[in-house]
Design a protein around this ligand. Structure first.
Ligand code: FE2
Length: 324
């Protein structure tokens, strides 16, 4: 079944096309984050301006015409309301105009399922780390087809924390990957470290690191904020790995693009003889292919959604979504 998937939950407007589990296209356009961060109305306007262009590019790279599409899906949430509405409107318009089946996709589940696909893992312990989310999850053993959350952030996502620090330090571009680059030349200075069982918190670390901007070397601050944040996540993940006795560990989400985090998690997995896996970077960043991948699975199993029930949910939690 050829399905087009639209992602618009945050800074990325992405369109993917999947046919029977095979990714045919993954195109996107990304809003450039400045020191002001993401202003919802501005990002939504950006997405609106790029709908046609990105859909056309995806059809071109999949080498299909729009008439060959058999289904459509979009990100229902979690995400920024006005941004989610752009994807919703685009998907509903395509469904109505072409008379296609439509379904909605949980953004977090899409990150998890595409990573499991590339990692060739069936039932891993999952670490989902992105701008808005940081969770440790495992599929429930009952028949609900839902994940349960073993541990998560008490406050903000690790990606948001690193982006926020980058903005305060006026790094350019102001996001986590710039922190990672500058961190290569830094050494460790002591910063807050907060883990409670399998949960963690990042605002204390962010506040302290931000207060030291201009007083300590930026290289040392970048190194230490990453070192503490990733060590906290690894400590909680190791505890969850031992508690669940999992033989597989999978990391996904935007922050899973960090090679430092992957190296640290790889060591944890090796220590406990668990297989470690993840998706290529372009599928860990927000993208339309992961939405199409999950949506195609839902639609091909007959789980379509009535057009009138195609809503958005800004706070759609990972553990509330059914995985088909
Ligand atoms: Fe994401």
């Amino acid at each position: 079944m050829i399905v087009i998937g639209i992602e618009s939950s945050a800074h990325t407007f992405g369109v993917g096309i999947v046919d029977n589990g095979v990714i045919l296209a993954n195109e996107k356009s990304m809003y450039n984050i400045t020191t002001k961060g993401m202003i919802p109305g501005d990002v939504a306007n950006y997405h609106m301006d790029h709908v046609n262009e990105v859909i056309s590019k995806a059809l071109l790279s999949a080498n299909i015409s729009i008439d060959e599409l058999e289904g459509v899906c979009y990100t229902k949430g979690p995400g920024i309301g006005p941004c989610l509405q752009v994807g919703q409107l685009a998907a509903k318009t395509i469904a109505k105009e072409l008379g296609l089946k439509i379904t909605t996709v949980n953004h977090s589940i899409a990150h998890i399922e595409i990573a499991k696909h590339f990692a060739k893992q069936k039932d891993p312990l999952v670490l989902y780390v992105s701008g808005g989310n940081s969770q440790i999850l495992k599929m429930r053993k009952n028949k609900t087809n839902k994940y349960y959350v073993l541990g998560e952030t008490f406050d903000i996502g690790v990606g948001n924390m690193l982006d926020n620090f980058a903005r305060s330090a006026k790094l350019n571009p102001a996001w986590g990957s710039t922190v990672a680059k500058i961190a290569n030349e830094g050494k460790y200075i002591e910063l807050p470290y907060t883990v409670k069982g399998m949960d963690f918190a990042f605002t204390g670390l962010l506040t302290k690191a931000t207060s030291l901007i201009g007083k300590e070397k930026i290289q040392d601050l970048c190194f230490s904020i990453q070192e503490n944040a990733f060590s906290m996540i690894c400590e909680a993940t190791e505890r969850a790995l031992l508690m669940t006795n999992s033989s597989e560990l999978c990391v996904c989400g935007g922050v899973a693009q960090s090679s430092m985090l992957k190296d640290m998690l790889g060591s944890v997995a090796k220590e406990h003889k668990a297989k470690f896996g993840y998706a290529p970077d372009q599928y860990n960043a927000d993208n339309g292919a992961m939405i199409a991948f999950v949506g195609e699975r839902e639609l091909s199993k007959g789980h379509d959604t009535k057009l009138s029930k195609c809503t958005i949910d800004q706070k759609f939690r990972t553990d509330l979504a059914v995985v088909y």
